[in-house]
Design a protein around this ligand. Structure first.
Ligand SMILES: Nc1ncnc2c1ncn2[C@@H]1O[C@H](COP(=O)(O)OP(=O)(O)OP(=O)(O)O)[C@@H](O)[C@H]1O
Length: 272
């Protein structure tokens, strides 16, 4: 049985351009995600973060290597849910109907599913808008509906691709907290792609810096923060005030800058 929630082993992937040029995005990439762990992936634009999510979620088939998803505690198979930067709510469906869409794509929606959806919307402060349509909601509310829709599919691993980048700062902190508490209450594992180093440090247990071409792990940093109150459990605000925060920021920033330099020296492989 798989020890981790997700294991990426010797993953290789290349795109072939129209002129037959091969762009090797990954070669023998290895990493894993544990139960209830939040792993942030940061890297310069074009490093391959979205490609990695497309491979993990099965939208793309890797050239070589394996992605293994661990089972649940009760032996049932695990499940991956993918939440994008855009909320992608369907404008002609109510909020409740949008929330159950992930379930509907897998099977018939039952009354029990609708009750669960109502309860989840209530938990995220959306009870009063369950019968409304997306156009009447703010950006933050819509993104919360998208989060509910992702979670109602009962995933063991959630992939978040810059999910909060379009939101104002306060809403962003609220949603970061939603995700942090989700890992605590449900044991859900999260992989977060973000360009925001502060967000990566505040939310995650581990940060992976991807860089170079083919992309490799330039640095892997375990984040341990000392925060006041709540028995030392961090939230999006207290995490940013932790004494270790500036040191982590500097280290990740330096690793990102170094990955740029490393990449500049590497040319794409041609017909290799
Ligand atoms: N279908 C494709 N065909 C050819 N090249 C592709 C394809 N999809 C992505 N690429 C290339 O692969 C590289 C990695 O792209 P990807 O979108 O994964 O990067 P990213 O790290 O997510 O970037 P960003 O931070 O800007 O979203 C880029 O150079 C991109 O141009």
């Amino acid at each position: 049985m798989l020890e981790n929630r997700l294991e990426v082993s010797n993953l290789s992937h290349a795109f072939i351009k129209s002129n037959d040029e091969e762009i090797r995005i990954f070669q023998n990439l290895n990493f894993s995600v544990g139960k209830a762990e939040i792993v942030a992936i940061v890297g310069r634009s074009g490093a391959g973060k979205s490609t990695l999510f497309n491979l993990i979620s099965g939208l793309l088939k890797p050239t070589a290597g394996k992605i293994s998803l661990g089972a649940r505690e009760d032996g049932r198979p695990g499940a991956i849910a993918y939440m994008l930067q855009k909320d992608l709510l369907l404008p002609w469906r109510t909020i409740l109907d949008n929330a159950v869409l992930g379930i509907e794509l897998q099977r018939d929606v039952t009354d029990a599913d609708r009750s669960r959806a109502r309860a989840m919307l209530a938990r995220y402060g959306l009870e009063s808008v369950a019968g409304a349509y997306p156009h009447s909601l703010s950006g933050g509310m819509k993104q919360r509906v998208a989060l509910c829709r992702t979670l109602l599919a009962d995933p063991t691993v959630v992939l978040l691709d810059e999910p909060f980048s379009a939101l104002d700062y306060e809403t962003r902190l609220m949603l970061e907290n939603d995700v942090i508490s989700l890992t605590r209450s449900e044991g859900t594992s999260v992989i977060l792609v973000t360009h925001d180093i502060d967000e990566a440090i505040a939310m995650s247990n581990r940060i992976v810096v991807l860089g170079g071409r083919p992309a490799k792990i330039m640095r892997e940093e375990h984040i341990v923060l000392t925060v006041e109150g709540s028995n030392g459990a961090r939230d999006a605000v207290t995490a940013r005030g932790a004494p270790e925060f500036p040191r982590y920021h500097k280290e990740i920033w330096n690793a990102l800058r170094a990955s740029d330099v490393a990449n500049a020296a590497v040319q794409p492989a041609v017909n290799a």
